[in-house]
Each structure stands twice: as structure tokens, then as C-alpha cells.
Design a protein around this ligand. Structure first.
Ligand SMILES: Cc1cc2nc3c(=O)[nH]c(=O)nc-3n(C[C@H](O)[C@H](O)[C@H](O)COP(=O)(O)OP(=O)(O)OC[C@H]3O[C@@H](n4cnc5c(N)ncnc54)[C@H](O)[C@@H]3O)c2cc1C
Length: 278
């Protein structure tokens, strides 16, 4: 299907992108276009104007600031996979990215685009929650920082308002942390039916799931069950039981609520075992 007619403007600076966004309430930002364009083709979205932010230098790249990795929102998955700072200080990102789409998707899709789109089955939101990332957003009155725990608010919905641009993702560097992502992909789309990301930092476990509910969420029951416990295979298996109650979970042709709840337990256990080499 063809998209509805739209205007296209390539912003030359972040300031220009912000100004264009304030001028037209029907405009939308275009990053990698790998969620927005399909939605436009299906006529699920019909923006008046696409404001292209994909090449803005202010939104590209990775740098280290003290104990934080700062990732520009328009940095592509491919750029992240190849980045030495990411590989050294945030191995969870490449671990997750190898499960995202295919090489074509990874060469265009951006971290900021995925987080702002907040697809309930997207992989990166779970990683950001497990890592305790913070999102920096720029609006007409300045910038603000939103914790990952407060960022995902519903299906395709986030704490960003329509006048804001997600500019940076701040990821705490957890040296020596062990990480993994276990995904049970949909057989056709390869999106997550359930995906669990874990970060084991000393004795502390952070875990988050995508695909299960309306948006990615922390697995607090698992985190609490393992708090202060030795991370043995037995303790992990015991903790990975009934982590989410099926009533609150998604249901579709691929998986019932009960099956999804079961998958959450299995993927959580698999991710932890993988992270710890058990
Ligand atoms: C064939 C295919 C397979 C895929 N498989 C997977 C998969 O397995 N796992 C997965 O997680 N994803 C998958 N995706 C989705 C892919 O990851 C998308 O790239 C991602 O969801 C959106 O990123 P984008 O940069 O393409 O954003 P766009 O499509 O350009 O934008 C998405 C939305 O976010 C908004 N937006 C973009 N950037 C910003 C910003 N900086 N600030 C505020 N709003 C912004 C846009 O206005 C739009 O509403 C797949 C896509 C395709 C086409």
C-alpha cells in the first residue's frame, strides 16, 4: 500500500528540527524509518510532514562521560554493534542487537527510534530497563532526563510529549557486569514473543522483559527473589517461576497469556544461565 501524501524536510540542526516540530502538530520525526514508514504504508500513520533527523551530527555517535556511555538517539544499530566503546562497556547492546531484524534493518534502525516508538515487542526497551538507562529529551523549553523505568508508559507510548525529541541515551557503565538476552522470536516477524535482558552486577540482578505485556517492564519479582542469594543454577531455577501473572499479559495467535507467562520464566532462566555461564 502507498502512504498518504506528505512533505519531507531534512533538518540541518537539532535546533531546526525542534523548530519544525513546534510549527506543525501533524509532523513526525523520521529516524531510520523502519517502523514509521511501514506504519504510513498501512495508513496507521499519516503525518503531514516528515522531519528527517537521521543525519544530525548532534544525534549521532557514542562517547564516554565518566561512568556513563552517552549514545546519540539517531545512532544506528549497526553503528552501535561496531562501536568499540559499546563493545567494551556495554556488551548487552550487541548481544541484543544480533536479535533485531536483519542486516538491512540494523543498518537503518536507530536506538532512539526504537525507544520512542515503544513497540511492545521491540528488543531494545528491555535492554534499557535492565541497564538502568536514562533518556535525555529536548523540548521547546529545554531538556529533561527520564529514567527508563518511567519512560515506557503503554503500548506505543512513552513519557515523551509530541513536542520533544529524544536526543541522548545515557547508559551507566557497569564494569565486570555479566549480561545476556534470551529471545523467543515470533516465527514470521522475528519480533519478540518474549525477550528477557539481564544484567548481573556483583550480587545484584536487574532483569526486564519485552513482548509479554503492553510495554517492556522490569522483572522485579525475579530481582527480589535473587537479592542476597548465591547465583547457583538451583536458586535461579527456583526464582524463575511464575514471574508474571498471565491475566496482565498479551494474547495473540502466536501465544496465549498462559504460554507467554511460561515463556517469561523460561527466557529469564535462560538469560541468567547464559550470563553466568552456568
Ligand atoms: C522487517 C523489519 C524487522 C524488524 N525486526 C525487529 C526486531 O526483531 N526487533 C526490534 O526491536 N525491532 C524490529 N524492527 C523495528 C526496527 O527496530 C525499527 O528500526 C525501530 O523500531 C524504529 O527505529 P527507527 O530509527 O527506524 O525509527 P522510525 O521508524 O524513523 O521512527 C519510529 C517512531 O519514533 C519517532 N522517533 C524517531 N526518532 C525519534 C527521536 N529521536 N525522538 C523522538 N521521536 C523519535 C518517529 O517520529 C516515529 O514515530 C523491525 C523492522 C522491520 C522493518
Amino acid at each position: 500500500m502507498y502512504t498518504a501524501a506528505f512533505n519531507y524536510k531534512r533538518a540541518n540542526s537539532l535546533a531546526e528540527a525542534l523548530a519544525l516540530l513546534q510549527q506543525d502538530p501533524e509532523a513526525k520525526l523520521l529516524a531510520g524509518g523502519h517502523s514509521l514508514i511501514p506504519a504510513m504504508k498501512l495508513r496507521l500513520a499519516a503525518p503531514s510532514t516528515l522531519i528527517d533527523i537521521s543525519r544530525l551530527p548532534e544525534l549521532k555517535g557514542v562517547r564516554r562521560e565518566g561512568d556513563t556511555l552517552v549514545v546519540g538517539a539517531a545512532t544506528t544499530y549497526r553503528e552501535l554493534e561496531d562501536n568499540p566503546l559499546v563493545r567494551e562497556h556495554c556488551p548487552l547492546l550487541p548481544q541484543v542487537l544480533q536479535h533485531v531484524g536483519d542486516p538491512a534493518v540494523r543498518s537503518k534502525g536507530t536506538l532512539g527510534g526504537s525507544l520512542a516508538h515503544a513497540d511492545p515487542a521491540a528488543d531494545l526497551p528491555a535492554a534499557m530497563l535492565a541497564l538502568g538507562a536514562r533518556m535525555k529529551a529536548m523540548g521547546p523549553t529545554g531538556s529533561r532526563v527520564i529514567e527508563a523505568d518511567e519512560f515506557f508508559t503503554g503500548m506505543f507510548s512513552t513519557a515523551l510529549n509530541e513536542k520533544e525529541i529524544l536526543t541522548e541515551i545515557h547508559i551507566p557503565i557497569r564494569s565486570g557486569a555479566k549480561t545476556a538476552y534470551a529471545k523467543f522470536p515470533h516465527p514470521a516477524s522475528r519480533y519478540a514473543i518474549v525477550g528477557v535482558a539481564v544484567v548481573v552486577d556483583g550480587g545484584t540482578v536487574r532483569a526486564a522483559v519485552t513482548g509479554a505485556g503492553e510495554h517492556a517492564m522490569r522483572l522485579t519479582k525475579l530481582e527480589e527473589a535473587l537479592s542476597g542469594k548465591e547465583l547457583t543454577a538451583e536458586n535461579i531455577a527456583q526464582a524463575c517461576q511464575n514471574l508474571l501473572s498471565p491475566e496482565a499479559l498479551n494474547e495473540d495467535r502466536a501465544a496465549s497469556r498462559t504460554y507467554r507467562a511460561h515463556l517469561v520464566d523460561v527466557m529469564a532462566k535462560r538469560a541468567l544461565m547464559q550470563a553466568l555461564g552456568l
